[in-house]
Design a protein around this ligand. Structure first.
Ligand code: S3P
Length: 429
C-alpha cells in the first residue's frame, strides 16, 4: 500500500487540462457496444474504473480498438452481446456494476458481476429491486443486496419507477434495462441527478422523452454509432479549483471541462463561499456543455449546503470539505446521506481526517458541520482506499503548516491516473 507526502506550496498557477469525464466515458462504451456501427470516442478516461467497463464489454464479444488516442467500438447491436465465459469484474466501479446489471438483465444469457473489497460492500438492492420488478432474475449475497450478483437473462416488462434517491446510477440502470423491455419504462427521482445517460441516449438515437424530474425510454429502438468527444471531468477539475482557491496568489485555468448543469453544483457552492470562478468560452460538444474555467485564490466563508444542489455536487464533497476547513466560519452540509455509501463512508472519512489536521468537525447522519481554521496542521491521514478522499487530502496539504502524508494512494488511478504529476506541475514553491 503506497503513501505519498505532499508538502505545502506557495500557490497554484498555470494552464492545465484534466482527464476525460468518468461518467460519460462509461456510457460511451456501453452505448457504443449495443449500437449498430463503429463508435469513435475521443478524450476517453483511461482510469481503472473505465477500463473495468471496457474489459466487461470485450468479455461479451465487443471489439474495442484503442490506439491510445481514439477508441473504436465495433457495436454489435441491441441483441449482439455474447455470454461472458467468466465473472465480470467491475473493480472499484459502482457505475460499471450498477449500469451493467440493468443492461445484463435483458440479455438472453447468464452472467455474474462482482468487484473489489469496497464495491462488494456497497448497496445493490437499489438497482436489484426495481430491475426485479421488471422481471429481471438477479440473485446475490444478502438477499440480492450485495455483489457478486448472478443475472439470468429474462424478458423484461416496463415499469414506472419512483426512485427514493436521486441517483444517476439507479436511473441509468433502469434506462438500460428499458431498452430491452416491451413498451415504455419511466423513472422519476426526487431531484434531478446527472443526466449524461439521457443526453447520450438521445445522441445515439434512442427513443426517450424527458420531463421535469423524470425520463421515459421506449424498448427495442435501434441505436446508431456516433462520434463521441468526452470533455474533461468536472469532478477531477474540482480538486484543482479548491487548490487554487485556498492557496494565496493562485491563478489557474482549466481547459475543456464538462459543465453540464447537473454537475456544476461544486461551482455554485464554491462561488457562494466567495470563490472567484469564471466560465470562459462556453460551448457544446457531443451534446454536453463545455467551458474553460478560470480560478483565482479567494477568501472563503462558511455557508449552509443542502437540498437540490447535493446530487449536483455529490462527488465533490471531499474537496468541498477541504474548502470549508479553510473558510472563515462554519459550513453545514445536510441531506447528503448518500455520501455514506460511496467508495467509502465519505462523511466519516473526511470528518476523521480533518480532525487529524486540527479542524473541528461535528458529524450527523446526513452531513456534517465544519469550522474553518486559520491554518491546517500537518500529519498522517488515510484515504480508506477512496480516490476522492486521497486527492482532497493532497490538496489540503498545499496549505498545511507542514507536510501531510496520505496513506493508501493507489486508488487515485481509478479516476485520475496523472493527478500527482499535475499537482506537482501546477504547484509553485
Ligand atoms: C455516477 C453517479 C453518481 C456518482 C458516481 C458516478 C454515474 O452515483 O457518485 O461517481 O456515472 O452515474 P449515484 O448515482 O449513485 O449518486
Amino acid at each position: 500500500m503506497n503513501s505519498i507526502t505532499i508538502n505545502p506550496a506557495a500557490s497554484i498557477r498555470g494552464d492545465i487540462t484534466v482527464p476525460g469525464d468518468k461518467s460519460i466515458s462509461h456510457r460511451s462504451i456501453m452505448l457504443g457496444a449495443i449500437a449498430n456501427g463503429i463508435t469513435t470516442v475521443r478524450g476517453f478516461l483511461r482510469g481503472e474504473d473505465n477500463i473495468s467497463t471496457m474489459s466487461a464489454f470485450r468479455a461479451m464479444g465487443v471489439e474495442i480498438d484503442d490506439d491510445g488516442e481514439t477508441l473504436h467500438i465495433h457495436g454489435c447491436g441491441l441483441h449482439g452481446l455474447k455470454e461472458p465465459s467468466d465473472v465480470l469484474d467491475c473493480g472499484n466501479s459502482g457505475t460499471t456494476i450498477r449500469l451493467i446489471t440493468g443492461l445484463l438483465s435483458g440479455q438472453s444469457f447468464f452472467s455474474v458481476v462482482t468487484g473489489d473489497q469496497y464495491l462488494r460492500k456497497r448497496p445493490m438492492k437499489r438497482v436489484v429491486e426495481p430491475l426485479s420488478r421488471m422481471g429481471a432474475k438477479i440473485s446475490g449475497r444478502n438477499q440480492g443486496s450485495l455483489a457478486p450478483l448472478a443475472i439470468s437473462g429474462a424478458r423484461l416488462t416496463p415499469i414506472d419507477y419512483e426512485s427514493p434517491v436521486s441517483s444517476a446510477q439507479i436511473k441509468s440502470s433502469i434506462m438500460l434495462a428499458g431498452l430491452y423491455a416491451d413498451g415504455e419504462t419511466s423513472v422519476q427521482e426526487p431531484t434531478l441527478s446527472r443526466d449524461h445517460s439521457e443526453r447520450m441516449f438521445k445522441l445515439f438515437g434512442a427513443s426517450i422523452n424527458r420531463y421535469d424530474r423524470g425520463v421515459t425510454v421506449s424498448g427495442g429502438a435501434r441505436l446508431n454509432a456516433q462520434e463521441v468527444i468526452v470533455p474533461g471531468d468536472i469532478s477531477s477539475a474540482a480538486f484543482f479549483m479548491v487548490a487554487a482557491l485556498i492557496s494565496p496568489g493562485s491563478e489557474l485555468i482549466i481547459r475543456n471541462v464538462g459543465v453540464n448543469p447537473t454537475r456544476t453544483g461544486v461551482i455554485d457552492i464554491l462561488r457562494e463561499m466567495g470563490g472567484d470562478i469564471k466560465l470562459l468560452e462556453q460551448r457544446e460538444v457531443s451534446g454536453e456543455p463545455v467551458a474553460d474555467i478560470l480560478i483565482r485564490s479567494s477568501r472563503l466563508k462558511g455557508i449552509s449546503i443542502s437540498g437540490s444542489v447535493i446530487p449536483r455536487a455529490i462527488d465533490e464533497f471531499p474537496a468541498i470539505c477541504v474548502a470549508a476547513a479553510c473558510a472563515e466560519g462554519v459550513t453545514t452540509i445536510r441531506n447528503a446521506k448518500e455520501l455514506r455509501v460511496k467508495e467509502t463512508d465519505r462523511i466519516s472519512a473526511m470528518a476523521g481526517n480533518l480532525r487529524t489536521l486540527g479542524v473541528e468537525v461535528t458529524e450527523c447522519d446526513d452531513g456534517m458541520d465544519i469550522r474553518g481554521v486559520e491554518s491546517l496542521s500537518g500529519g498522517e491521514v488515510d484515504s480508506f482506499g477512496d480516490h476522492r478522499i486521497a486527492m482532497s487530502l493532497s490538496v489540503a496539504a498545499l496549505v498545511a503548516r507542514s507536510g501531510i502524508t496520505v496513506k493508501d494512494t493507489d486508488c487515485v488511478a481509478t479516476s485520475f491516473p496523472n493527478f500527482f504529476q499535475l499537482l506537482e506541475k501546477a504547484s509553485v514553491k
